[in-house]
Design a protein around this ligand. Structure first.
Ligand code: FAD
Length: 509
């Protein structure tokens, strides 16, 4: 079949790319190839400020997403081969699609620390369901990783012991510094009713960006299970915010069940997994932990665990389950083995400032790609929902422009890194180089913190604001976004920027 545009992948990047192409190229047909019939689409997009945006993600059937787009042809198949010279791709149903422009949006898969029945990774709705099933029987869970997934999971788990192994010396290293980690730490020690009773926490919880699954999809689920044979090796689209709500081990009926029991082990990773027999033979013992102390039992009475982890600090802990939350590996197959793509160090398809790979007429967007252009001073790539959408939309604009031999400049959304999310029930806004990334010691930090209410950090570089972390309902995001984008010299104002008695928004209005 001859096509003008072919887009592969039913995550946020692919769906956003197809939606955009359908709007701007009404005369062209867009062929959308998705391994699953259920795809992810952005809804209720709210933009505020110049680059800040929030939206909900819904899991829907591809037909319902594109029913208003007559120029979109949906093909439910997995791409298995690709010929860049002849410009075609081949699906598992042996259908060949010849393209003029191709966009690869095949996302990523979890980077699993060990292949073992005791280790689970989280990527899509199915993997969360598997995790839920395993959690229902778990007494102790080891969580490995220090990114957003681990943070959310640790906060959501009640009713079982959680050992959290992180390679850094503070929690949430990917998103904030030690100061913010200190702000959040007491929340890991709070129990469910306490956290929920906090009205501020409750309000922001309700406002949280929602990740939803269309309820009327019973036919779709049947459809996708019928086709599961062909899609076994391909994950569904990556999750977004709210994937972790409802992961609690049991229904919360008592104070004991509502107890969060998190034990953080810093500066370590998992060295290896040990089976119980091997542990007995090696004459090694479990390291002591708060749980040993509280049970006060003799070691002979301690529970037998189905698996043990040995950390790089040599401590050994037994557990029922290990959650590997250590990032994603871009899903570049089958494309990368069929063409000499330039691959970035992190395994992604390298793209230029027009989302083009080095292979002619092939674009990539979302988690599968790695940006290879010289970025604006306060922007960098992070494999996030918002960037997947922005890249998908921009790739569509580039594909259209290039089809008409037009040039297109990099989109404004790549001027400033912004991320709006929720951690531990608090709104979190990250702007620019919020962790002074790449600045070495050539920066100054201004911090304001009110325990359990807000944490505000500004990064100043040579008198100009280049990043900020805003935790809580600070309402400073738009003003700070402007200050970063306008590159205003704040040297004379630095002492007043975080003065709670000064309405900084009003001041710069
Ligand atoms: P994906 O969503 O992975 O979609 C890729 C699609 O391609 C899938 O549908 C797959 O089935 C399909 N595919 C793959 N190979 C083929 C093939 N050969 N043929 C056909 N189809 C194929 N981001 C945030 O911003 N905030 C968060 O709070 C957040 N939380 C997260 C929590 C979890 C547990 C995870 C896993 C991710 C989270 N993320 C979050 C990251 C975010 O979900 C991803 O960055 C984003 O969804 C990536 O979108 P994508 O379209 O690039 O890829």
């Amino acid at each position: 079949m001859n096509c003008t545009f072919v887009v592969v992948g039913g995550g946020i990047a692919g769906v956003s790319c197809v939606e955009q192409l359908s709007q701007i190229c009404a005369k062209e047909t867009i062929t959308f190839i998705t391994a699953r019939d259920v795809v992810k689409a952005a809804h209720n997009l709210k933009t505020y400020g110049r680059t800040l945006e929030e939206f909900d993600v819904k899991e829907q059937s591809a037909n319902s997403v594109f029913n208003h787009c007559p120029n979109v042809v949906i093909v439910q198949s997995q791409v298995v081969a690709f010929n860049p010279e002849e410009h075609w791709i081949l699906t598992d149903k042996d259908e060949k699609f010849v393209y003029k422009k191709l966009c690869i949006c095949t996302g990523g898969r979890p980077n699993i620390i060990y292949k073992s029945p005791f280790v689970v990774g989280i990527r899509d709705t199915e993997s969360v369901q598997q995790l839920k099933d395993k959690l229902s029987k778990a007494r102790r869970v080891v969580i490995v990783g220090n990114g957003g997934i681990a943070l959310e999971l640790v906060y959501e788990l009640y009713g079982c012991q959680v050992l959290w192994a992180i390679k850094d010396d503070a929690i949430g290293n990917a998103f904030f510094d030690k100061g913010a980690a200190t702000f959040f730490l007491p929340h890991l020690e709070s129990n469910l009713p306490v956290a929920m009773a906090n009205q501020k926490c409750m309000e922001s919880y309700v406002k949280r960006m929602k990740y939803g699954i269309e309820t009327s999809l019973s036919s779709v689920s049947q459809h996708s299970s019928a086709s599961s044979d062909s899609t076994q090796t391909v994950c569904g689209g990556a999750l977004g915010p709210d994937w972790s709500s409802g992961l609690t081990v049991c229904d919360i009926n008592s104070e004991k069940e509502a107890k969060r029991q998190v034990y953080v082990r810093y500066n370590c990773e998992v060295k290896h997994l040990i089976d119980p027999q091997e542990l007995k033979q090696s004459n090694q013992n479990e390291a002591s932990s708060p749980w040993h102390e509280t049970t006060g039992k003799e070691s002979a009475d301690l529970p037998d665990w189905p698996v043990y982890v040995q950390l790089t600090n040599d401590e050994i802990y037994g557990c029922d389950l290990i959650v590997s939350a250590t990032g994603v590996i871009p899903n570049t197959q089958p494309f990368a083995s069929c063409a000499p793509f330039h691959i970035a160090d992190d395994g992604g398809l390298l793209v230029d400032s027009n989302m083009q790979t080095n292979v002619v007429d092939v674009y990539a967007a979302g988690d599968v790609c790695s940006t290879g252009w010289n970025p604006a001073p306060c922007w960098f790539q992070m494999r996030l929902w918002s960037q997947a959408r922005q890249m998908g939309v921009f790739a569509a604009k580039c594909m259209m422009a290039h089809l008409s031999n037009e040039q297109i400049s990099t989109d404004f959304c790549f001027e400033l890194f912004t991320h709006v999310t929720q951690f531990f029930g608090y709104k979190v806004v990250l702007l620019g180089k919020y962790n002074a990334q790449g600045l070495g010691s050539d920066h100054e930090l201004l911090v304001r913190c009110t325990k359990a209410v807000e944490y505000v950090k500004i990064v100043l570089h040579r008198g100009k604001m280049c990043g900020a972390v805003l935790i809580g309902e600070t309402e400073l995001e738009e003003t700070f976004e402007n200050l970063i984008l306008n590159e205003m010299d704040l040297t004379l104002l630095r002492d007043h920027l975080l003065d709670p008695d000064i309405d900084i928004e009003d001041y710069f209005d």
